[in-house]
Design a protein around this ligand. Structure first.
Ligand code: HEC
Length: 175
């Protein structure tokens, strides 16, 4: 039966190789995935570009800079529980802030969605009333949603100043 074990390992290696290639080409502006000639690659490329914030380097506000880079306009990298440097919210929540699916559901951060009067029932079963500015801040700082649920630890907690939080909220209100 060992034969099947090796077959299985072989298939896993092939999948890992293909995923690696897609990952690699996701960064390359000249590649066919990006120009949209290949359907599936387009999705992956789009996701990778979303994660890299399309290598955005110019920002019209402090909130936008934090959203994309995790660094504020003073050049301070915002500390987070994952010890990630220079990573903003866009890496997981998408460069358009509309949410993504990674290992789990990553919700939209558009202010309209966060403050939906109906609140949210997430695909994970987590439910909570609408966010307010103050409960949004607790969520980012401590990983607790407005119902007091602890968020999945994939969502880092952030040591962000109140001013930076206000600027970030201002930016999310444009989404
Ligand atoms: C490494 C990935 C990752 C990064 C980076 C990240 N988040 Fe999240 N975030 C998540 C995940 C995953 C969830 C869902 C957690 C859950 O459902 O328990 C989440 C949930 C949230 C929620 C709760 C939304 C809701 O409807 O309950 C808020 C608010 C939030 N993130 C804000 C932010 C902000 C602001 C930033 C940037 C400063 C950020 N996140 C960066 C992964 C991330």
């Amino acid at each position: 039966m060992n034969k099947y074990r090796y077959l299985f390992l072989g298939i896993l290696l092939v999948i890992a190789g293909v995923a690696g290639l897609i990952y690699y080409y996701g960064y390359c502006s000249a590649c066919p995935f990006r120009s949209g000639r290949m359907g599936m690659g387009q999705g992956m490329g789009g996701m990778m570009h979303g994660m890299m914030g399309d290598k955005k380097t110019e920002f019209s506000s402090n909130g936008e800079r934090i959203f994309f880079t995790g660094v504020n306009s003073k050049g301070e990298s915002i500390k987070n529980s994952h010890d990630m440097d220079g990573v903003g919210c866009s890496m997981c929540h998408g460069s358009d802030a509309q949410g993504t699916r990674m290992m789990t559901d990553v919700p939209s951060l558009s202010w309209k969605y966060l403050t939906d009067p109906e609140g949210h029932v997430h695909p994970t079963g987590r439910r909570h009333p609408p966010f307010t500015e103050s409960s949004f801040k607790s969520c980012v700082l401590a990983g607790i949603d407005p119902a007091g649920n602890e968020l999945n630890s994939m969502m880092p907690t952030w040591q962000m100043s109140n001013e930076d939080l206000d600027n970030l909220i201002e930016y999310l209100k444009t989404k």
